[in-house]
Design a protein around this ligand. Structure first.
Ligand code: P6P
Length: 338
Protein backbone atom coordinates (compact mmCIF):
# COMPACT_ATOMS: atom_id res chain seq x y z
CA UNK A 1 0.00 0.00 0.00
CA UNK A 2 1.47 3.42 -0.92
CA UNK A 3 2.45 5.64 2.05
CA UNK A 4 -0.05 8.46 2.70
CA UNK A 5 -2.48 7.11 0.06
CA UNK A 6 -4.74 9.47 -1.83
CA UNK A 7 -8.47 9.32 -1.17
CA UNK A 8 -10.97 8.04 -3.72
CA UNK A 9 -12.31 11.58 -4.02
CA UNK A 10 -8.86 12.94 -4.91
CA UNK A 11 -8.34 10.07 -7.35
CA UNK A 12 -11.62 10.79 -9.15
CA UNK A 13 -10.67 14.46 -9.51
CA UNK A 14 -7.18 13.59 -10.81
CA UNK A 15 -8.64 11.16 -13.34
CA UNK A 16 -11.07 13.81 -14.56
CA UNK A 17 -8.20 16.29 -14.99
CA UNK A 18 -6.79 13.98 -17.69
CA UNK A 19 -9.85 14.95 -19.79
CA UNK A 20 -9.90 18.79 -19.99
CA UNK A 21 -13.25 18.78 -21.77
CA UNK A 22 -14.90 16.51 -19.22
CA UNK A 23 -18.15 17.85 -17.78
CA UNK A 24 -17.50 16.19 -14.45
CA UNK A 25 -20.74 14.19 -14.64
CA UNK A 26 -18.96 10.81 -14.52
CA UNK A 27 -17.01 12.01 -11.48
CA UNK A 28 -20.28 12.95 -9.81
CA UNK A 29 -21.75 9.50 -10.49
CA UNK A 30 -18.68 7.79 -9.04
CA UNK A 31 -18.85 10.04 -6.00
CA UNK A 32 -22.53 9.23 -5.51
CA UNK A 33 -21.72 5.50 -5.71
CA UNK A 34 -18.99 6.04 -3.10
CA UNK A 35 -21.49 7.73 -0.76
CA UNK A 36 -24.17 5.08 -1.35
CA UNK A 37 -21.60 2.35 -0.67
CA UNK A 38 -20.82 3.82 2.73
CA UNK A 39 -24.50 3.80 3.66
CA UNK A 40 -24.98 0.21 2.52
CA UNK A 41 -21.80 -0.79 4.33
CA UNK A 42 -23.04 0.77 7.55
CA UNK A 43 -26.30 -1.18 7.30
CA UNK A 44 -24.56 -4.48 6.52
CA UNK A 45 -22.34 -4.13 9.58
CA UNK A 46 -25.47 -4.03 11.74
CA UNK A 47 -27.51 -6.56 9.76
CA UNK A 48 -27.29 -9.33 12.34
CA UNK A 49 -28.45 -6.91 15.02
CA UNK A 50 -31.47 -5.76 13.05
CA UNK A 51 -32.21 -8.82 10.94
CA UNK A 52 -31.54 -9.22 7.27
CA UNK A 53 -34.30 -11.78 6.90
CA UNK A 54 -36.42 -12.18 3.80
CA UNK A 55 -39.25 -9.70 4.07
CA UNK A 56 -42.58 -11.07 5.36
CA UNK A 57 -45.05 -11.51 2.45
CA UNK A 58 -42.54 -9.81 0.17
CA UNK A 59 -42.89 -11.08 -3.38
CA UNK A 60 -39.63 -12.55 -4.54
CA UNK A 61 -37.76 -10.65 -7.22
CA UNK A 62 -38.09 -11.36 -10.94
CA UNK A 63 -35.56 -14.16 -10.55
CA UNK A 64 -37.69 -15.97 -7.99
CA UNK A 65 -35.17 -15.18 -5.27
CA UNK A 66 -36.35 -14.08 -1.83
CA UNK A 67 -35.54 -10.42 -1.33
CA UNK A 68 -33.89 -9.69 1.98
CA UNK A 69 -34.45 -6.37 3.73
CA UNK A 70 -30.89 -5.49 2.79
CA UNK A 71 -31.55 -6.18 -0.90
CA UNK A 72 -34.45 -3.76 -0.79
CA UNK A 73 -32.48 -1.21 1.22
CA UNK A 74 -29.44 -1.28 -1.06
CA UNK A 75 -31.64 -1.07 -4.14
CA UNK A 76 -33.45 1.96 -2.76
CA UNK A 77 -30.20 3.68 -1.83
CA UNK A 78 -28.79 3.46 -5.35
CA UNK A 79 -32.06 4.34 -7.08
CA UNK A 80 -32.79 7.32 -4.82
CA UNK A 81 -29.16 8.46 -5.11
CA UNK A 82 -29.46 8.50 -8.92
CA UNK A 83 -32.89 10.16 -8.89
CA UNK A 84 -31.69 12.89 -6.50
CA UNK A 85 -28.86 13.84 -8.85
CA UNK A 86 -29.00 14.71 -12.50
CA UNK A 87 -26.23 12.70 -14.14
CA UNK A 88 -28.17 9.45 -14.71
CA UNK A 89 -31.26 9.27 -16.97
CA UNK A 90 -31.98 5.54 -16.64
CA UNK A 91 -31.14 2.66 -14.36
CA UNK A 92 -31.38 -1.12 -14.46
CA UNK A 93 -31.25 -3.07 -11.21
CA UNK A 94 -31.27 -6.75 -10.37
CA UNK A 95 -33.99 -6.00 -7.84
CA UNK A 96 -36.30 -4.21 -10.29
CA UNK A 97 -38.42 -6.21 -12.74
CA UNK A 98 -38.17 -3.48 -15.35
CA UNK A 99 -35.69 -0.70 -16.09
CA UNK A 100 -36.30 2.73 -14.54
CA UNK A 101 -36.15 6.01 -16.45
CA UNK A 102 -36.27 9.37 -14.73
CA UNK A 103 -38.30 11.12 -17.42
CA UNK A 104 -38.47 14.63 -15.99
CA UNK A 105 -37.00 17.49 -18.09
CA UNK A 106 -33.85 17.68 -15.98
CA UNK A 107 -33.06 13.97 -16.23
CA UNK A 108 -33.82 14.00 -19.95
CA UNK A 109 -30.64 16.09 -20.21
CA UNK A 110 -28.62 13.43 -18.34
CA UNK A 111 -25.95 11.66 -20.36
CA UNK A 112 -25.36 8.46 -18.37
CA UNK A 113 -27.03 5.15 -17.57
CA UNK A 114 -26.38 3.00 -14.49
CA UNK A 115 -26.76 -0.78 -14.21
CA UNK A 116 -26.44 -2.25 -10.77
CA UNK A 117 -26.63 -5.37 -8.70
CA UNK A 118 -27.22 -3.61 -5.40
CA UNK A 119 -26.28 -6.50 -3.15
CA UNK A 120 -25.00 -9.59 -4.89
CA UNK A 121 -24.92 -12.72 -2.73
CA UNK A 122 -27.00 -11.01 -0.04
CA UNK A 123 -28.10 -14.29 1.53
CA UNK A 124 -24.49 -14.61 2.72
CA UNK A 125 -24.97 -11.72 5.14
CA UNK A 126 -26.94 -14.02 7.48
CA UNK A 127 -23.81 -16.16 7.91
CA UNK A 128 -21.38 -13.23 7.99
CA UNK A 129 -19.81 -13.96 4.62
CA UNK A 130 -18.63 -11.24 2.20
CA UNK A 131 -21.12 -9.74 -0.24
CA UNK A 132 -20.84 -7.11 -2.94
CA UNK A 133 -22.38 -4.34 -5.00
CA UNK A 134 -21.61 -4.41 -8.73
CA UNK A 135 -22.04 -1.35 -10.99
CA UNK A 136 -21.73 -0.53 -14.65
CA UNK A 137 -21.93 2.89 -16.32
CA UNK A 138 -22.72 3.68 -19.98
CA UNK A 139 -23.37 6.79 -21.99
CA UNK A 140 -26.96 6.88 -23.24
CA UNK A 141 -27.48 6.17 -26.94
CA UNK A 142 -30.93 7.82 -27.11
CA UNK A 143 -31.08 11.52 -28.09
CA UNK A 144 -30.18 13.95 -25.31
CA UNK A 145 -33.15 16.04 -24.22
CA UNK A 146 -35.68 13.31 -24.76
CA UNK A 147 -36.66 10.41 -22.51
CA UNK A 148 -34.28 7.51 -22.12
CA UNK A 149 -35.02 4.41 -24.21
CA UNK A 150 -34.71 0.73 -23.33
CA UNK A 151 -31.74 0.43 -25.73
CA UNK A 152 -29.83 2.65 -23.31
CA UNK A 153 -29.75 -0.20 -20.77
CA UNK A 154 -29.23 -2.93 -23.39
CA UNK A 155 -25.83 -1.93 -24.69
CA UNK A 156 -23.04 -4.49 -25.09
CA UNK A 157 -20.42 -4.51 -22.36
CA UNK A 158 -17.78 -3.22 -24.76
CA UNK A 159 -19.58 0.17 -24.56
CA UNK A 160 -19.08 0.57 -20.82
CA UNK A 161 -17.53 3.85 -19.70
CA UNK A 162 -16.79 2.60 -16.18
CA UNK A 163 -17.48 -0.40 -13.95
CA UNK A 164 -16.63 -1.59 -10.49
CA UNK A 165 -17.70 -3.30 -7.32
CA UNK A 166 -17.82 -2.70 -3.61
CA UNK A 167 -16.69 -5.71 -1.58
CA UNK A 168 -18.15 -5.76 1.93
CA UNK A 169 -15.56 -8.13 3.33
CA UNK A 170 -13.04 -8.27 6.17
CA UNK A 171 -12.48 -4.73 4.99
CA UNK A 172 -14.71 -2.74 2.67
CA UNK A 173 -13.18 -2.03 -0.72
CA UNK A 174 -14.27 -0.20 -3.82
CA UNK A 175 -12.55 -1.53 -6.96
CA UNK A 176 -13.19 0.25 -10.26
CA UNK A 177 -12.02 1.10 -13.72
CA UNK A 178 -12.84 3.98 -16.09
CA UNK A 179 -10.97 2.26 -18.89
CA UNK A 180 -7.44 3.10 -17.77
CA UNK A 181 -6.63 0.12 -15.57
CA UNK A 182 -8.12 -1.10 -12.29
CA UNK A 183 -7.63 0.55 -8.90
CA UNK A 184 -8.71 -0.60 -5.44
CA UNK A 185 -9.67 1.65 -2.54
CA UNK A 186 -10.08 0.53 1.06
CA UNK A 187 -12.47 2.20 3.47
CA UNK A 188 -10.80 3.60 6.58
CA UNK A 189 -13.68 3.38 9.09
CA UNK A 190 -11.97 5.85 11.42
CA UNK A 191 -11.99 8.47 8.66
CA UNK A 192 -15.09 7.38 6.75
CA UNK A 193 -13.12 7.66 3.51
CA UNK A 194 -11.83 5.25 0.88
CA UNK A 195 -8.07 5.38 0.22
CA UNK A 196 -6.03 4.02 -2.69
CA UNK A 197 -4.68 0.71 -1.36
CA UNK A 198 -4.35 -1.39 -4.57
CA UNK A 199 -3.09 0.80 -7.43
CA UNK A 200 -3.06 -0.58 -10.98
CA UNK A 201 -4.38 -4.07 -10.18
CA UNK A 202 -3.32 -6.76 -12.69
CA UNK A 203 -3.96 -10.49 -12.75
CA UNK A 204 -0.83 -12.55 -12.01
CA UNK A 205 0.41 -14.34 -15.15
CA UNK A 206 -0.57 -17.74 -13.79
CA UNK A 207 -2.95 -19.03 -11.17
CA UNK A 208 -3.92 -22.21 -9.43
CA UNK A 209 -7.25 -21.34 -7.80
CA UNK A 210 -10.56 -22.42 -9.32
CA UNK A 211 -13.95 -21.25 -8.11
CA UNK A 212 -17.05 -23.24 -9.08
CA UNK A 213 -20.01 -24.81 -7.31
CA UNK A 214 -18.93 -28.44 -7.67
CA UNK A 215 -22.32 -29.51 -6.36
CA UNK A 216 -23.53 -28.93 -9.91
CA UNK A 217 -20.73 -31.03 -11.42
CA UNK A 218 -23.07 -33.65 -12.93
CA UNK A 219 -24.83 -30.92 -14.96
CA UNK A 220 -21.70 -29.30 -16.38
CA UNK A 221 -20.67 -29.59 -20.05
CA UNK A 222 -18.12 -32.39 -20.55
CA UNK A 223 -15.27 -29.97 -21.28
CA UNK A 224 -15.77 -28.30 -17.87
CA UNK A 225 -15.98 -31.68 -16.14
CA UNK A 226 -12.67 -32.70 -17.74
CA UNK A 227 -11.08 -29.38 -16.79
CA UNK A 228 -12.09 -29.79 -13.13
CA UNK A 229 -10.64 -33.32 -13.08
CA UNK A 230 -7.50 -31.89 -14.69
CA UNK A 231 -7.22 -29.35 -11.88
CA UNK A 232 -7.59 -32.17 -9.32
CA UNK A 233 -4.96 -34.46 -10.91
CA UNK A 234 -1.56 -34.73 -9.18
CA UNK A 235 1.22 -33.36 -11.38
CA UNK A 236 4.13 -31.56 -9.66
CA UNK A 237 5.42 -30.27 -12.99
CA UNK A 238 2.32 -28.17 -13.46
CA UNK A 239 1.82 -27.47 -9.76
CA UNK A 240 -1.36 -29.57 -9.62
CA UNK A 241 -3.69 -30.30 -7.92
CA UNK A 242 -4.94 -26.74 -7.94
CA UNK A 243 -6.85 -25.19 -5.04
CA UNK A 244 -10.65 -25.04 -4.95
CA UNK A 245 -12.04 -21.90 -3.36
CA UNK A 246 -15.74 -21.05 -3.68
CA UNK A 247 -17.34 -18.46 -1.41
CA UNK A 248 -20.68 -18.33 -3.21
CA UNK A 249 -20.32 -14.58 -3.59
CA UNK A 250 -19.19 -13.50 -7.07
CA UNK A 251 -17.48 -10.29 -5.99
CA UNK A 252 -15.50 -12.02 -3.23
CA UNK A 253 -14.46 -14.94 -5.45
CA UNK A 254 -13.53 -12.63 -8.32
CA UNK A 255 -11.56 -10.29 -6.05
CA UNK A 256 -9.48 -13.09 -4.53
CA UNK A 257 -8.76 -14.60 -7.94
CA UNK A 258 -7.79 -11.18 -9.34
CA UNK A 259 -5.22 -10.70 -6.60
CA UNK A 260 -3.92 -14.29 -6.39
CA UNK A 261 -4.51 -15.62 -9.90
CA UNK A 262 -7.43 -17.90 -10.57
CA UNK A 263 -10.61 -18.63 -12.48
CA UNK A 264 -14.30 -18.31 -11.59
CA UNK A 265 -16.80 -20.47 -13.43
CA UNK A 266 -20.58 -20.50 -13.53
CA UNK A 267 -21.26 -22.88 -16.42
CA UNK A 268 -24.56 -23.70 -18.03
CA UNK A 269 -26.24 -26.83 -16.72
CA UNK A 270 -29.65 -28.47 -16.64
CA UNK A 271 -30.62 -26.43 -13.56
CA UNK A 272 -29.33 -23.27 -15.26
CA UNK A 273 -29.48 -23.85 -19.02
CA UNK A 274 -28.23 -20.31 -19.74
CA UNK A 275 -26.05 -20.16 -16.63
CA UNK A 276 -27.15 -18.28 -13.51
CA UNK A 277 -25.37 -14.95 -13.66
CA UNK A 278 -26.94 -11.94 -15.35
CA UNK A 279 -25.11 -10.38 -18.26
CA UNK A 280 -25.93 -6.69 -17.79
CA UNK A 281 -25.20 -6.03 -14.13
CA UNK A 282 -23.00 -8.94 -13.04
CA UNK A 283 -21.00 -10.36 -15.95
CA UNK A 284 -20.37 -7.23 -18.06
CA UNK A 285 -18.96 -5.06 -15.24
CA UNK A 286 -16.81 -7.91 -13.90
CA UNK A 287 -15.66 -8.71 -17.45
CA UNK A 288 -14.73 -5.05 -18.01
CA UNK A 289 -12.55 -5.12 -14.90
CA UNK A 290 -11.04 -8.51 -15.82
CA UNK A 291 -9.94 -7.29 -19.27
CA UNK A 292 -8.63 -4.04 -17.80
CA UNK A 293 -6.56 -6.17 -15.39
CA UNK A 294 -5.09 -8.25 -18.24
CA UNK A 295 -7.46 -11.18 -17.86
CA UNK A 296 -10.33 -12.63 -19.89
CA UNK A 297 -14.05 -13.20 -19.45
CA UNK A 298 -16.12 -15.35 -21.84
CA UNK A 299 -19.24 -17.48 -22.09
CA UNK A 300 -16.91 -20.35 -22.98
CA UNK A 301 -16.71 -19.20 -26.60
CA UNK A 302 -17.02 -15.41 -27.01
CA UNK A 303 -15.85 -12.45 -24.94
CA UNK A 304 -18.61 -11.45 -22.53
CA UNK A 305 -18.17 -7.81 -23.55
CA UNK A 306 -19.09 -8.64 -27.15
CA UNK A 307 -22.40 -10.34 -26.34
CA UNK A 308 -25.47 -8.45 -27.52
CA UNK A 309 -28.00 -8.14 -24.70
CA UNK A 310 -31.61 -8.91 -25.62
CA UNK A 311 -33.08 -8.42 -22.15
CA UNK A 312 -32.19 -6.61 -18.93
CA UNK A 313 -32.08 -9.84 -16.89
CA UNK A 314 -30.57 -12.07 -19.53
CA UNK A 315 -28.32 -14.82 -18.13
CA UNK A 316 -25.11 -16.21 -19.59
CA UNK A 317 -22.59 -18.91 -18.78
CA UNK A 318 -19.68 -17.04 -17.21
CA UNK A 319 -15.96 -17.80 -17.02
CA UNK A 320 -13.50 -15.16 -15.82
CA UNK A 321 -9.87 -15.30 -14.79
CA UNK A 322 -6.25 -14.80 -15.73
CA UNK A 323 -5.55 -15.32 -19.40
CA UNK A 324 -3.45 -18.47 -19.02
CA UNK A 325 -6.22 -20.35 -17.17
CA UNK A 326 -8.91 -18.99 -19.48
CA UNK A 327 -7.04 -20.15 -22.60
CA UNK A 328 -6.69 -23.61 -21.06
CA UNK A 329 -10.45 -23.63 -20.32
CA UNK A 330 -11.26 -22.78 -23.94
CA UNK A 331 -8.96 -25.60 -25.08
CA UNK A 332 -10.80 -28.10 -22.89
CA UNK A 333 -14.19 -26.91 -24.17
CA UNK A 334 -12.99 -27.08 -27.78
CA UNK A 335 -11.41 -30.55 -27.38
CA UNK A 336 -14.56 -31.95 -25.80
CA UNK A 337 -16.57 -30.88 -28.83
CA UNK A 338 -14.31 -32.53 -31.42
P1 P6P B 1 -24.73 -20.90 -6.39
C1 P6P B 1 -25.03 -15.09 -5.60
O1 P6P B 1 -26.42 -15.49 -5.58
C2 P6P B 1 -24.54 -15.31 -7.01
O2 P6P B 1 -25.25 -14.50 -7.90
C3 P6P B 1 -23.05 -15.03 -7.09
O3 P6P B 1 -22.65 -14.00 -6.26
C4 P6P B 1 -22.44 -16.37 -6.69
O4 P6P B 1 -21.16 -16.58 -7.26
C5 P6P B 1 -23.45 -17.37 -7.25
O5 P6P B 1 -24.71 -16.68 -7.35
C6 P6P B 1 -23.64 -18.54 -6.32
O6 P6P B 1 -24.57 -19.41 -6.93
O7 P6P B 1 -25.73 -21.54 -7.35
O8 P6P B 1 -23.37 -21.57 -6.49
O9 P6P B 1 -25.22 -20.80 -4.98
Amino acid sequence: MPPNPISLGEFIIREQEKFPNASGDLSKILSSIKAAAKRVNYRILQASLHGNTPLENQKSNIHGENQTSLDVYADRIFIDSSRARREVCALGSEEQDDWIHFSDPEHNQSKYVLLIDPLDGSSNVDVNVSVGTIFSIYKRTSPLGGPAKVQDVLQSGRQQIAAGYILYGSSTMLVMSTGNGVNGFTLDPSMGSFYLSHPNLKYPKSGRIYSVNEGNYEHFPSGIKRLIKHYQTEDPKTNRPFTSRYIGSLVADFHRNLLKGGIYMYPQGTKAPQGKLRLQYECNPIAFLAEQAGGMATDGYSPILDLKPEGLHQRTPFFVGNTEMMEELHQFISNAEK
